[in-house]
Structures are given as structure tokens and as C-alpha cells.
Write a protein that binds this ligand. Structure first.
Ligand SMILES: [Zn+2]
Length: 115
């Protein structure tokens, strides 16, 4: 169970081992985007300018965007353990169900901004 704002580690694929913050979750697609991970560069259509390859990068012409990753490839990183952990659901002191780190028992944040 990954939510927006979580820190996650990538478990498989070419981005394996990278960490980042979840930018968006698409539950219906089973995917999520992670900040700075799986960035794809898209060349935006430019005019007829060509031949200026030596100078500064043409930032205007290139769009960098995180491509979605399968949620199954992401593992939650506990802020306390500083390590990828499994989450379990359990009852906290207030009686509510929370996502809890299976390693240290620290409750995970429930959502990014109060939801
Ligand atoms: Zn922990």
C-alpha cells in the first residue's frame, strides 16, 4: 500500500535501488510516479532550428517527465529505519487502523497533505 508522499525504493527494473518520493499514485492502473526516478526525456517539437549542437542544452525543447512504475515494484521506505520495509496494518493507540512498519512498529504517515 503506497500513498502519495511516501518514500519508496524501486525493487526491480532498470531503476532498481533508487529511492524517491511518490508524486502520484494511479490505483486503477496499478502504477505510480516517483520523483526523479524513471525520468524520460521527450523532445518537444521544435522549429526548423538545427545544427546548434555544441552550445548549452536547449531546455525549452526537452521535456523531462517521470514515467509511471508498477506499484508492485515499489517498496515503502520507513522514515525511522531508513530502510525498505514491509508494511502491515495494525491498530494504533487511538484504535484506528494504520499502516505500520513491520520492522520498528512506527506508524506510517497516512497521506501527503491531510487528504
Ligand atoms: Zn521502521
Amino acid at each position: 500500500m503506497i500513498l502519495k508522499g511516501d518514500t519508496v525504493m524501486i525493487r526491480r527494473g532498470k531503476e532498481r535501488g533508487k529511492r524517491g518520493t511518490v508524486k502520484a499514485v494511479y490505483p486503477s492502473l496499478g502504477t505510480a510516479t516517483v520523483e526523479g526516478v524513471n525520468v524520460v526525456k521527450r523532445h518537444a517539437k521544435q522549429g526548423s532550428k538545427s545544427g546548434h549542437m555544441g552550445g548549452a542544452t536547449q531546455t525549452g525543447g526537452i521535456i523531462e517527465k517521470e514515467a509511471p512504475l508498477p506499484i508492485a515494484a515499489l517498496q515503502y521506505v520507513c522514515e525511522k529505519c531508513k530502510a525498505p520495509v514491509r508494511l502491515r496494518h495494525g491498530r494504533a493507540r487511538d484504535g484506528g487502523l494504520h499502516r505500520i512498519c513491520a520492522r520498528c512498529g512506527e506508524p506510517a504517515r497516512e497521506s501527503a497533505k491531510g487528504a
